[in-house]
Design a protein around this ligand. Structure first.
Ligand code: SAM
Length: 258
């Protein structure tokens, strides 16, 4: 996987991604990262790439031509028109399904806006995907690009070692992950669930699946609509709902204190 990040702050990308698992993958050549400075395509000797918005209003807008030239330079380098992701709060919210889709590409271009954003005309010309990392506004697209690169890289073969496998994590199968524990077996009086110390792998698997269902039901119930559950697991879920309804009923029936 080759990442090309078009940005006004290449050092932010370089510094942010050369550590830990992603840094190791870059060093090993499993992924490559090139931070392209849009100012290099400014077309003036001051490196100025922004201007006032037409129609007035606060802030500055990144101009079309430098962004277009930076994009063209990447397309020429790789010999074809790549997928270009514009990071924007107006985009589709980033999800695990999108991670797995983007991970299939050979090259990905990330276009990072700053200030008030980028001239709409160049976006219409080059952007293939508009992606947001959530409903809030950041100062620039660099952190969202890094978030996406981190998540996508986990699905690039060879980036994770066996111990770090992406096989079961939250959002796989539309379930959140079960709770995790490590040594000591008793920490400040709190015990690890005994099943995890039993050495009975099949029962541990059943317990983990149930914990996943329980956690998803408690924290992100809407995910369960798309989850693939066995008949037994559906029964477990129905039992959870039944217990909840019972608690609610008991709450209603309890006499009010005066
Ligand atoms: N004026 C823009 C708007 O209201 O849609 C927001 C501009 S924001 C201050 C500057 C840049 O930060 C954007 O061009 C975009 O690249 C990036 N950005 C901000 N919030 C983001 C988010 N939630 N997801 C992805 N990118 C974001």
């Amino acid at each position: 996987m080759h990442y090309h990040v078009l940005t006004l702050f290449p050092e932010m990308i370089e510094q942010g991604l050369h550590t830990s698992i992603i840094g190791r993958a870059i060093a090993a050549g499993t992924i490559t990262l090139s931070a392209v400075n849009i100012r290099d395509y400014a077309g003036n000797r001051y490196g100025k790439v922004d201007d006032y918005p037409y129609g007035g209003g606060a802030g500055m807008v990144m101009q079309a031509e430098p962004v277009y030239q930076a994009c063209q330079a990447v397309a020429e380098k790789i010999g074809r028109k790549p997928r270009v992701i514009y990071l924007t709060p107006q985009g589709q919210t980033f999800s695990q399904a999108m991670v797995e889709d983007f991970a299939k590409e050979e090259d990905l271009v990330f276009l990072c806006g700053h200030y008030e954003g980028i001239d709409e005309r160049v976006l219409e010309e080059v952007v293939t995907d508009y992606v947001s990392i959530g409903d809030y506004v950041l100062t620039g697209g660099e952190l969202p690009a890094m978030v996406m690169i981190d998540a996508i890289s986990r699905f690039v073969p060879g980036v994770l070692s066996n111990e770090e496998s992406a096989q079961f994590e939250s959002f796989q199968d539309n379930l959140l992950e079960y709770p995790q524990y490590s040594r000591p077996a008793v920490w400040r009086g709190k015990e690890v669930p005994p099943i995890l110390l039993s050495g009975h792998h099949a029962n541990v698997e059943i317990w983990r699946r149930q914990q996943s269902i329980l956690r998803t039901w408690q924290r992100r119930p809407e995910l369960l609509e798309e989850a693939q559950l066995s008949k037994k697991e559906r029964q477990y879920l129905e039992e959870l709902c039944r217990q909840e309804r019972q608690k609610e009923e008991e709450g209603k029936e309890a006499p009010h204190e005066s």
